[in-house]
Design a protein around this ligand. Structure first.
Ligand code: 5GP
Length: 192
């Protein structure tokens, strides 16, 4: 008998407070397996030094963002620290169809929307080893003003208090160890 099971991809919501090291962990996850694919979000925030348009984000105006909202082009979207962010729907659906492990690196409001649409999605929250370490990392980045840092820190604390809503919590105490743990979680999910 032929096996008609379609090898559909896994949708993974990957959340972590600002400054927790999500970006670095994500890069290593992508490098580990070509089957891992990261959705590139649209944002209205200005690019940070070193960020590349089309790789880190697609940078658009508030007007463009609103018109995409009106066209129902987002799988999910959120306003975070006064900027808009959204995951374009079409590429996510396409990559899931093609059997990829589709990562959405999004915050908690976005997760709420995704779990309504995909109740079986895999959700991973990346925690800092401590709040002190998180604050140090946020300041150490040196890219944001004090007011923005405070806003991000308060948002981070609120987000961390909701980490129990995620299927897995991973502590970023050591980057390579955290990456390994996440790769194993995804591997086990695919094997189900
Ligand atoms: P940052 O400005 O530091 O790059 O991102 C701020 C927060 O927005 C982070 O928690 C990041 O994961 C989240 N984020 C990035 N893209 C999206 C998106 O498309 N949707 C949602 N809901 N959050 C996003």
């Amino acid at each position: 008998m032929t096996n008609n099971t379609v090898n559909k991809g896994v949708l993974i919501v990957f959340t972590g407070a600002s400054g927790v090291g999500k970006g670095t962990v994500m890069k290593k996850i992508l490098a580990a397996d070509p089957n891992n694919w990261l959705s590139v979000s649209m944002t209205t925030r200005a690019p940070r030094a070193g960020e590349v348009a089309g790789v880190d984000y697609n940078y658009i105006s508030v007007e463009e963002f609103k018109s995409m909202m009106a066209e129902d082009a987002f799988l999910e979207s959120a306003c975070y620290c006064k900027n808009y962010y959204g995951s374009p729907k079409a590429p996510v659906e396409e990559n899931l169809k093609n059997g990829k492990n589709v990562f959405l690196e999004i915050e908690v409001q976005g997760f709420e929307q995704v779990r309504e649409l995909y109740p079986d999605c895999l959700s991973i929250f990346l925690l800092p080893p401590s709040i002190e370490v998180l604050e140090q990392r946020l300041r150490g980045r040196g890219t944001e003003k004090e007011e923005v840092i405070q806003d991000r820190l308060n948002t981070a604390l609120r987000e961390i208090s909701r980490s129990n809503e995620y299927k897995y919590n991973v502590v970023n105490d050591d980057i390579d160890r955290a990456v390994e743990e996440i790769l194993n979680i995804v591997k086990n999910e695919r094997a189900k």
